[in-house]
Design a protein around this ligand. Sequence first.
Ligand SMILES: [Zn+2]
Ligand SMILES: [Zn+2]
Ligand SMILES: [Zn+2]
Ligand SMILES: [Zn+2]
Ligand SMILES: [Zn+2]
Length: 292
Amino acid sequence: MCSEMGYDLERFVGPVNEGLLCCICRDVLEEPLQSPCEHSFCTACIQGWLVHENTCPEDRQLLLASMLKPIHRYMKNDLAKLQVRCKNTDAGCTLVTNLEFVLAHQTDCGYHTIECTSPGCTVKLERRKLEDHLKDCDYRMKECPQGCGLPILSTDDKKHNCIAELRHTVELLRSEMICKMDDQKQDTETRLDAQRCHMVVKESGLQSQIDDLHAHLSRQTTELRILQEIERQRRIEMDKIELEKKELLDLVKSMREEMSERFEAMKTQTLPGKTKQHMCIQCNKKEKITVI
Ligand SMILES: [Zn+2]
Ligand SMILES: [Zn+2]
Ligand SMILES: [Zn+2]
Ligand SMILES: [Zn+2]
Ligand SMILES: [Zn+2]
């Protein structure tokens, strides 16, 4: 069931504690998880089991994926310190190291089988043999010896035509350039559109500010007209009052004069022996008369 999970027990040097074995695959725990009932499993083993079950495979207690937790720290330390052979032992690697270091080694291990790095080559070989293979690989690239400078497959020497290849390269570059220019054009247009949108928003903002100012101005103009009208009415009132005052003053003055004239007349009439100015009606001359 979990043939790909768990480290093969045979790879380990020396005895391995029973507690560090997966309850499902019986190999050494790989990416271990622990159930509440303290049983440990490789992640892949227990996840595969819980697809169809909801109990611990060891003691049948209830077990859900959400109940799984990392194993105890001391178990982790014990696992990390186990001495294990490189998985390429059969190929010739003699390395024995701590379990915590073996994975890093295996990705660099010279006995690890890889594919040739030349594009198109399907040869599989040990990493340590790659360098020699690349010297003879049919798919390795080299610079054209006829002078065009293009990289060519080492087996393509005879098929290669410098002029045709260069023309093809130029075509590729041209279409690449056209693509780039199109992209740039698109980019510029997008940016311009964004700016245009921004300007439209700004313009409408300014327009509404102008409208507000207009409304404010017209309100002020109306208020000013009302004030002017009030002022005009006030002036008319003032003029009227002024006129009335003048009339009254005139009246007072004329009354005063009349009164003093009467007073004078009364004085000349009541005091006998006194002279009085008199205007003669016939000769129109002033003359003094004496009151008897
Ligand atoms: Zn397992
Ligand atoms: Zn259990
Ligand atoms: Zn190795
Ligand atoms: Zn190759
Ligand atoms: Zn060439």
